[in-house]
Design a protein around this ligand. Structure first.
Ligand SMILES: [Zn+2]
Length: 282
């Protein structure tokens, strides 16, 4: 797509310049626009969105975009501010603000920003991402409509499979590194999870840490994360012999493409099920 753009040929107008912020949003957008547009991903893989800072290159990408899909909410406040200052309002879609989006609270009583971890939200978003593409590019309506249906089918199938996979562990106790799984737990009916760090990845106070230490003794698994330093989980876990596994809620280990979203969900579920099913602790 970049090559076409730099030629400045009239054909370039057939393609929209599409920007998305985090890998799961990028994947959903890519699944809807497959065969027509290739979205650009703003957040470099391997970085925690909680420690994201905007650069001039981000502003430039946003300025030149025909449409921008952002997660919205409180995950990347800097990016939301930057987007509002550089792009014309009509072309920015904040997924968490779309009608039909489910909300889940974090342990601080605020809205958990990790809303892509509920596949039912992804389905709601895919439909509306499709509507946006059709509005901007009606000539390719048939492709977008088919892509939306395929994407929804695939998300629904994945949801059914992983919900069944996790069914035996609905009340299994476990700890997660940061408070990012409220949506996933709601969707999969998991009730045994406790988070150590807050939704924005900051550490909790001393009182909460002491509480966590007790819970770590009961936990069957401690889940660390790909994007965050795991050293503080040692502080909490003390001498527990709970098993450990690493979760990747952002999909940073995966190739950024149209199928990455469902792979992300499957990987989360398989890692959790594997760890929680272990009969022998470590
Ligand atoms: Zn997070």
């Amino acid at each position: 797509m970049l090559v076409v753009m730099s030629i400045g040929h009239a054909e370039a107008r057939q393609h929209l310049r599409v920007v998305s912020d985090i890998p799961p949003v990028h994947s959903l957008v890519a699944s809807v626009s497959a065969g027509v547009n290739v979205p650009t991903l703003l957040l470099d893989s391997g970085h925690s969105p909680h420690h994201f800072s905007t650069k001039p290159s981000h502003a430039k990408l946003l300025q030149n975009a025909d449409i921008v899909f952002l997660l919205g909410g409180t995950l990347l406040p800097q990016l939301n501010t930057l987007s509002n200052s550089v792009i014309k309002g009509e072309s920015v879609v904040s997924l968490m603000d779309l009608p039909g989006t489910k909300e889940a609270d974090n342990f601080d009583g605020h809205i958990d920003p990790h809303a892509w971890l509920d596949p039912r939200n992804a389905i709601v978003w895919v439909r509306q991402i499709g509507d946006e593409f059709i509005r901007l590019d009606p000539n390719n309506k048939t492709i977008y409509t088919n892509n939306v249906q395929e994407s929804i089918n695939s998300i629904e199938q994945t949801y059914t499979e992983i919900k069944a996979l996790l069914k035996p562990f609905r009340s299994s106790p476990y700890l997660v590194q940061h408070d990012a799984y409220n949506y996933f737990e709601d969707a999969m009916l998991l009730t045994g999870g406790q988070a150590i760090a807050r939704s924005d990845a900051r550490l909790p106070g001393a009182k909460k840490l002491r509480e966590m230490r007790k819970q770590a003794q009961q936990a069957h698994c401690l889940f660390t994360e790909e994007q965050h330093d795991a050293s503080f989980i040692d502080v909490v876990s003390g001498d527990t012999n709970a098993r450990r596994a690493t979760l990747d809620p952002l999909g940073t280990r995966l190739a950024a493409n149209a199928t990455m979203y469902t792979t992300l969900l499957s990987n989360l579920a398989m890692t959790m099920a594997d760890c929680l099913s272990g009969e022998n602790k470590n």
